[in-house]
Design a protein around this ligand. Structure first.
Ligand SMILES: [Zn+2]
Length: 128
């Protein structure tokens, strides 16, 4: 009896995005190639808002997603001994939102076209 009401744990700005829904769907399906974790200069592993799949290479939770990002963070911390970035779920900035959205866009787009071997998720927003 697992009621999948997990969407409530996902920030609203993501739960409505088609690329994010595609991420969840394709991730569970196993048709999504997730990039490996990368670390910030401070040694923290970046986990974006809304992430539920573990990106550690070979991890069995790569497809079996977690109900929430915080559960994923705990898993990464405990199972892979990585330090994840600060979690301030209460105060998410516009920049964080943009970064997360861009990341999911990149994931889906990369999958749609062809894998070129590297996932470049650095997108600069230039305001007019
Ligand atoms: Zn894992």
């Amino acid at each position: 009896m697992t009621s999948s009401r997990d969407r409530s744990t996902i920030p609203l700005f993501l739960s409505q995005r088609p690329e994010y829904l595609a991420y969840r769907y394709r991730g569970a399906e196993g048709s999504l190639t997730l990039p490996a974790y990368k670390k910030e200069s401070a040694g923290c592993t970046i986990i974006y808002y809304g992430e539920i799949f573990c990106r550690f290479p070979g991890c069995k939770r790569g497809r079996k997603g977690f109900p929430s990002t915080s559960a994923l963070r705990s898993h990464v911390t405990n199972q892979h001994n990585m330090i994840t970035g600060p979690q301030n779920s209460g105060s998410i900035t516009e920049k964080m939102k943009e970064e997360a959205k861009a990341w999911y866009c990149g994931l889906v787009a990369t999958h749609d076209t062809d894998m070129e071997g590297e996932g470049n998720e650095d997108k600069d927003r230039s305001d007019p």
